[in-house]
Design a protein around this ligand. Structure first.
Ligand SMILES: Nc1ncnc2c1ncn2[C@@H]1O[C@H](COP(=O)(O)OP(=O)(O)O)[C@@H](O)[C@H]1O
Ligand SMILES: [Mg+2]
Length: 356
């Protein structure tokens, strides 16, 4: 699939901007803080319904303005479409002009895979960042997933509140049975989705790692970590930790504690990997993501490369470019990059984007 055009209205530092894209490679140049990433952010917003970096949606509205609009027109093999987002006090999305009641309704319409230097956080940061990576991937491919996740989080919050009421107000602990059964049920469903996708990654991780390192000397593995393995054990674990949970007023087990670990030669790369190994591992993981999306949608997703090419050395850059052939790519960078194929170039200066 590919994007034909992006329209930005009072979005970040853009007043009124239309950007027409080429089906293949689009390179957006500009100095720092001119608005390159803002374009990537706008596309991402129309794909996922939220920004990958804004703390508040209102940050997306141009200073001193009240309403921001973004419209992305795309083409898939069998149809064309338009996703429009409006950010005011609240966020509203439209698909082909039709207002959507839930933001999650737009998930999966525009398929993007983003590569940024911050991806390394997936390896270096805590489990929350890795759960986010998995959850974003799954929700873009399985529309029900985000709903399930939201229901789980709501139930978890209710259980945690009730834990407080038991400890502080002396409410009966037996009432927890209801929350436990619900949580165990949702936990198990989320677990199944995550397990499936980590297994998919696991099937590919070797191949992509070899493509990048070209050595075949290192052994790479990914392992999904969850504190339960079936519906029964989710429930059993909740019961087992009940006393501790009441004391701490917090639910200690469940998929909100999940994680995954990438190993190189049997050792967690986050702890023992060199910087180079960590970078290779993250690139491998993202290429697995790309391949999974490709397979699932039976089409090529759009690649958003935000300041990413500068991250790669000559060898990695080459194998990376080989692997993304056929996809539409939007690249942002400060320095010119050399490519041996045709591409469209744009220059961004203080919130104005011009084709060059
Ligand atoms: N809500 C906003 N209104 C106006 N300008 C904004 C807003 N949010 C960010 N900016 C401006 O956008 C610029 C950063 O854009 P960004 O796309 O991140 O730059 P870069 O070209 O380095 O990727 C900064 O100049 C910042 O002041
Ligand atoms: Mg940037």
């Amino acid at each position: 699939m590919y994007i034909n055009s992006i329209i930005l209205e009072n979005f970040r530092n853009y007043k009124d901007q239309t950007i027409n894209l080429n089906e293949n490679i689009n390179i957006i140049y500009g100095n720092n803080a001119q608005g390159k990433t803002n374009i990537i952010e706008a596309v991402f917003l129309c794909a996922y319904g939220k920004s990958f970096r804004a703390k508040k949606d209102s940050d997306l509205i141009k200073f001193d303005e009240k309403i921001a609009r973004v419209e992305v027109s795309y083409k898939k093999t069998d149809r064309e479409g338009k996703i429009k987002g409006e950010i005011e006090d609240k966020k509203t999305f439209y698909i082909n002009g039709v207002k959507q009641s839930k933001i999650s309704d737009i998930l999966g319409k525009i398929n993007v895979v983003i590569f940024t230097p911050d991806d390394i956080e997936i390896i270096k940061d805590g489990p929350q960042r890795r759960r986010k990576f998995l959850d974003m991937l799954i929700s873009s491919l399985r529309p029900n997933y985000i709903h399930l996740l939201n229901t789980y989080n709501k139930t978890l919050e209710q259980r945690n509140n009730y834990l407080k009421q038991i400890k502080i107000e002396g409410k009966p602990a037996s009432m927890l049975d209801i929350w436990d059964e619900q949580l165990a049920e949702y936990s198990y469903k989320i677990f199944e989705y995550r397990k499936y996708f980590v297994e998919k990654i696991s099937e590919k991780i070797d191949v992509f790692h070899n493509l990048i390192t070209k050595s075949g000397k290192e052994d790479i593995k990914i392992k999904y970590i969850s504190n339960s393995k079936d519906q029964k054990s989710f429930l059993e674990n909740l019961r087992k930790t009940r006393e501790v949970d009441i004391k701490r007023m917090y639910t200690a087990t469940g998929v909100h504690r999940d994680d995954f670990i990438i190993y190189i030669n049997g050792k967690p790369v986050s702890i023992f990997g060199s910087q180079g190994q960590q970078r290779t591992a993250i690139l491998t993981l993202k290429l697995c993501e790309l391949d999974i999306v490709k397979e699932e949608i039976n089409d090529t997703p759009i690649l958003l490369l935000d300041d990413f090419m500068s991250e790669l050395d000559e060898v990695r850059r080459k194998s990376f470019l080989e692997n993304i052939k056929g996809s539409q790519v939007i690249i942002t960078c400060t320095d010119p990059i050399e490519l041996d194929t045709d591409f469209s170039e744009y220059f961004v200066d203080n919130g104005i984007c011009k084709m060059i």
